[in-house]
Design a protein around this ligand. Structure first.
Ligand code: C2E
Ligand code: MG
Ligand code: MG
Ligand code: MG
Length: 282
C-alpha cells in the first residue's frame, strides 16, 4: 500500500512526469536526425510454413540505435514518429531498405516475401503509392514479394478512402495483411470491406493457448473465418511448441514468433537462412 501511495504522490508532485517530458524531448530532438545520422536499422523476423517448416518470408522491423541513448524500441519511437510525421521519411527508408535486402536474398535462391509495416500516418500520405513503387523499381524486387502490413487503425475514419488506397497499392502487385487482428474495435467490418490477402492474428490471443478455453475457441474460429473469407493466416508471437501444435492442428498456415526465431539483423538472418529450418519445433 505504501508503495502504491508513493507512486501516486510521485504523479501528483510530477518529478516522474518531468522525467517523461525530458525523455520525450531527448527522443524527439534526436528523432529528427536519425536518417541523416544513419541510426536506423531493420531487423528481420522469419515466418515459416507451419507444416513444412520452410522459411517463406520475414517481417522487417525498425530498430533505432542511438549512440547517446542506446537501442530504442519501436514501441517507444514509432508513436513519436507518427505525431511528428517523421514516420513518412522513416517508413520510406524502411520500404526501400527491406526491398533491397529481400532482392539480395532472392537472388541467392531464397524464395522469400518481405513484410513491411505501415502506420496510419503513412496511410494518409498522398505519396505512399509513389514511395512503394519507387522502392520496387529501385530494388527490382518482384512486387508479389512485398507484403504491406496495416492495422485496423489505418482504416479508422474514412473506410472508403482506405479501401480505394489499398486497391490502388495492390494494383502495383503487392499483397496486403491486416496486422494485430483482434485488438481493434470493429474488426469484422474491416475484414469484410478491406481487400486483404492475409490476416495476422495478434499475439495476445496466442499467449494462453491451448489451456485457455476462450482464447482457444477464438483462435480456432478466427482461422476458420479467415479461410472462409479467402485469407491466409499468420499467427504472431508463437513462443511454445504447444502453441505451434495447436495452430497447426487448426490449419493456421504460417507461424512467426520467438519459438522459430527472434528478429535478427540482416547478417544473422542470412546465416539463419543458410542453416535451414530449426528442427526442434517442427
Ligand atoms: P508488429 O508489427 O505487431 O510486430 C511484431 C512485434 O512482436 C515485434 O516487436 C516483434 O519483435 C514482437 N514479437 C515477435 N514474436 C514475438 C514473440 O514470440 N513473443 C513476443 N513477446 N514478442 C514477439 P517490435 O519489433 O518491438 O515492433 C513493435 C511494433 O512496432 C510492431 O508491431 C509495429 O507496429 C511497429 N513497427 C516496427 N517496425 C515498423 C516500421 O518499419 N514501420 C512502422 N510503421 N511500424 C513499425
Ligand atoms: Mg507487423
Ligand atoms: Mg503484429
Ligand atoms: Mg503487434
Amino acid at each position: 500500500a505504501k508503495q502504491a501511495g508513493e507512486r501516486n504522490s510521485s504523479r501528483i508532485y510530477a518529478p516522474e512526469m518531468e522525467t517523461q517530458a525530458q525523455e520525450r524531448f531527448a527522443l524527439e530532438s534526436r528523432l529528427h536526425q536519425v536518417l541523416e545520422r544513419k541510426e536506423l536499422a531493420l531487423h528481420y523476423q522469419p515466418k515459416v510454413d507451419a507444416f513444412s517448416g520452410e522459411v517463406i518470408g520475414m517481417e522487417a522491423l525498425l530498430r533505432w540505435n542511438s549512440p547517446e541513448l542506446g537501442t530504442i524500441s519501436p514501441v517507444r519511437f514509432i508513436p513519436l514518429a507518427e505525431e511528428t510525421e517523421l514516420i513518412v521519411p522513416m517508413g520510406a527508408w524502411a520500404l526501400k531498405t527491406a526491398c533491397k535486402q529481400a532482392k539480395k536474398w532472392l537472388d541467392q535462391g531464397h524464395k522469400l516475401t518481405v513484410a513491411v509495416n505501415l502506420s496510419p500516418r503513412q496511410f494518409l500520405d498522398k505519396r505512399l503509392k509513389d514511395t512503394v513503387r519507387q522502392a520496387l523499381t529501385d530494388s527490382q524486387l518482384p512486387p508479389e514479394r512485398l507484403e504491406l502490413e496495416i492495422t485496423e487503425s489505418c482504416a479508422v475514419g474514412d473506410v472508403t478512402y482506405t479501401v480505394n488506397l489499398l486497391n490502388d497499392l495492390k494494383s502495383l502487385g503487392v499483397t496486403c495483411a491486416l496486422d494485430d487482428f483482434g485488438t481493434g474495435y470493429s474488426s469484422l467490418n474491416y475484414l469484410k470491406l478491406l481487400p486483404l490477402d492475409t490476416l495476422k492474428l495478434d499475439r495476445s490471443f496466442v499467449m494462453a493457448i491451448p489451456e485457455d478455453k476462450n482464447d482457444a475457441a477464438i483462435v480456432r474460429s478466427v482461422i476458420q473465418m479467415a479461410h472462409d473469407l479467402g485469407l491466409k493466416v499468420v499467427t504472431e508471437g508463437v513462443e511454445t511448441r504447444q502453441q505451434a501444435a495447436f495452430l497447426k492442428y487448426n490449419q493456421c498456415e504460417i507461424l512467426q514468433g520467438f519459438l522459430i526465431s527472434r528478429p535478427l539483423d540482416a547478417q544473422e538472418f542470412g546465416e539463419f537462412l543458410l542453416r535451414g529450418t530449426p528442427e526442434e519445433w517442427v
